[in-house]
Design a protein around this ligand. Structure first.
Ligand SMILES: Nc1ncnc2c1ncn2[C@@H]1O[C@H](COP(=O)(O)OP(=O)(O)OP(=O)(O)O)[C@@H](O)[C@H]1O
Length: 356
């Protein structure tokens, strides 16, 4: 339903989006996550036909993104959606339905259905007097008046209270059940976790990881074991010798501390709890207790976006091909890619040397 190949958007010598390639299957919910300035909004605006790409191919519902027919098939929710303050939700939504030539009766049915599902209260109120959450719901209803196939939502839940956030995210999830294809952006993985089939993580203009949230978590998360021993700290150098993936002794030393009459060593490893137990024994420590801490989504996110990235300024007004990600293909969780997504699935899954 959406095909993006080699998308690049530059402003002068600054690259907002670099060599971005992804596809979204029909009926899929696809999340674009990343920190401030990552290039999410720019990507979404290109999909919505509001920003012209500098380079690359973009196709939505079978149309190029600058094709007027594409806009009829698409509903866009901007990050900030100023509404006409004097209007009520109904007059405002009817106004947009008229722009799409939707017959009044059909428009009213769609508007009622969307506002009912979004549980919008106080529908007679002026938009200018509505809360931020209510306005967001009206803006979401606006994205649906033309009954589009594809919805592009820029941070739909940003700045909303937890209850409204849940309601908006649940609504987004339900859109999939009605056959819509949805792309939405968010700052954090929590907002996309329960909603999205797959996500792309962007950082500094580039897609740096792609796949299901679980797949991404598996690849980037590190379980931390807190090992409590009753003798002097297990010799951390010996611990590190036994555990395959520990090579930073300084970190491990710093992570050993006295807690009451015990010693606690914090061991981040993927080797598993038995390996930690064996390693502690081999290092001369007797295990009193081991507590396991699974990686949080924040840990995963920081691991991904904390990597050094090539610069975004070229000084020449164009981004050089070799700095545009040719050697930095995003990691793809191939198991979770839908079959239609073969082009994505054939991209290298291993990061190039030096990126981990
Ligand atoms: N019209 C523009 N002119 C110049 N720079 C721009 C323009 N639009 C976006 N940028 C820059 O491109 C980069 C990416 O912006 P974008 O809004 O796409 O990021 P984002 O991931 O959506 O960020 P946020 O989460 O803060 O909304 C930013 O550094 C931004 O300042």
């Amino acid at each position: 339903m959406i095909e993006v190949e080699g998308l690049r958007k530059t402003y002068g010598d600054f690259a907002a989006v670099v060599d971005s390639t992804f596809s979204v299957a029909e009926g899929e919910v696809f999340g674009v996550v990343g920190p401030n300035g990552a290039g999410k909004t720019t990507t979404l605006k290109v999909l919505a036909g509001l920003v012209d790409p500098t380079d690359g191919e973009v196709e939505v519902a079978g149309f190029a993104s600058d094709d007027p027919e594409m806009r009829r098939r698409l509903g866009f929710l901007p990050e900030e959606s100023p509404l006409y303050e004097e209007m009520t939700p109904l007059s405002y939504l009817r106004f947009f339905a008229d722009l799409y030539d939707v017959p009044r009766e059909t428009a009213d049915e769609r508007i009622e259905a969307a506002l009912d599902r979004l549980e919008l209260d106080h529908r007679e109120r002026r938009l200018g007097d509505m809360s931020k959450g209510m306005k967001r719901k009206v803006a979401i209803a606006r994205s649906l008046v033309n009954d589009p196939d594809v919805l592009v939502y820029d941070e739909p839940a940003s700045g909303l209270d937890p209850v409204t956030t849940n309601s908006v995210l649940a609504f987004t999830r339900e859109l999939r059940e009605t056959g819509k294809t949805v792309v939405f952006s968010a700052h954090n993985l929590y907002h996309v976790e329960s909603v999205c089939d797959r996500v792309a993580v962007m950082n500094e203009g580039r897609i740096v990881a792609r796949g299901s949230v679980d797949g991404i978590r598996e690849r980037h998360g590190e379980t931390t074991y807190r090992v409590f021993t009753d003798v002097s700290p297990a010799r951390t150098d010996a611990l590190a010798e036994v555990l395959d993936d520990i090579d930073d002794l300084d970190d491990l030393d710093a992570a050993t501390e006295e807690v009451g009459d015990r010693f606690r060593t914090t061991v981040p490893t993927m080797d598993g709890v038995e390996a930690v137990r064996d390693a502690t024994a081999a290092a001369g420590g007797e295990v009193v207790d081991i507590r396991t801490r699974e990686p949080s989504l924040e840990d995963v996110f920081l691991d991904i976006v904390g990597r050094p990235m090539p610069g975004r300024y070229t000084g020449s007004g164009a981004v050089a091909e070799d700095s545009a990600g040719g050697d930095r293909a995003p990691e793809e969780d191939e198991r979770d890619a839908p079959e239609e997504d073969e082009r994505d699935a054939t991209r290298p899954s291993e990061p190039p040397e030096g990126t981990e």
